[in-house]
Design a protein around this ligand. Sequence first.
Ligand SMILES: Cc1cc2nc3c(=O)[nH]c(=O)nc-3n(C[C@H](O)[C@H](O)[C@H](O)COP(=O)(O)O)c2cc1C
Length: 312
Amino acid sequence: MKILGVSFGSRNGNNDTICRVALEEAQKLGAEVEFIHLLDWNIEHCTGCCACSVGLVTGKGNICTRKDDFAEFWNNHVLAADGILFVDPIFESGCSGLFKTVMDRVGPGHDMAMNIVGDQISKEAGGPGVDPRFLQQKVTSYIAIGGSDWGTRAEADHAMVSLSPGWRVIDNQRFQWCKDILMQEDKLERTREIARNLVEAAKDIENAKPAKPGVCPHCGCNEFYIYPGTKNVVCDVCGLEGTLVEEDGAFKFVFNPADEHKAHDILSGKFLHVDDIKDNEGRLAYLRTDETFKAIKKKYADMFPPVPAPGK
Ligand SMILES: Cc1cc2nc3c(=O)[nH]c(=O)nc-3n(C[C@H](O)[C@H](O)[C@H](O)COP(=O)(O)O)c2cc1C
């Protein structure tokens, strides 16, 4: 079994070291381990060209127009592991910029439902189907490392990378006040526990369960969007809608069980999203040839030319 540790921190900083502490524990349990310091890799931003989605729904398979190190990172390292631990510094109360870039690059092109649909479309057209590695299940864990107590968006940000392929999140930990984390034995021991949980989960990926419950009973997220002026809340990760009720001195997230199939992290919810996008694209396909739409677009394309980037 292979465990990959990916650090998004500075070279040999706290994130790298905590990642290595976890890998040391995984190795003790017999796992083959690999460490990636992702800042060394050339990972470019997603430009929103949508070639990944279009490629899948037109039977052309997995496409990305960015020519950088992402495909090597994801296809040959992340997808070659059974369990992946991402260790990420908290920046501005959430994930790091590099992590957000990875989140977007994983995005629609690695969505499990999109790949199942893309596989069918490609094979029906006599093609090879999608890269079979994109149809695998994995187990994942996250550690967020902050220098202070600002960081309440980090766990939800992190869970989004697993949401796209529909992978199970085993632990999603946020450590605060971490300048001296390597001297804090409780956090080092929790890191080793996260490694042990990940190794255990990787032994039976299909039946793996989150190590700890969260406020959302569906996905374990602790972060919610409140519609202003209402009691309606949305889980920031799985998108289930419900309300918060007080029980035994604590808030509990309650949703209609009949809605659970809509959750964004499971295939049923993902297929609803694929259908929604398909309907929307179909309904709006006329825009490509609509003269009024083209005229408005042209008006604004000709207005306020962008300041050229330096050197261009
Ligand atoms: C741009 C920036 C923003 C940061 N924002 C936060 C923050 O909102 N909350 C927090 O706890 N730490 C914050 N930090 C501290 C980092 O989380 C900390 O420096 C990092 O985890 C150290 O990791 P490293 O030693 O692996 O490089 C910030 C650091 C930087 C550089």
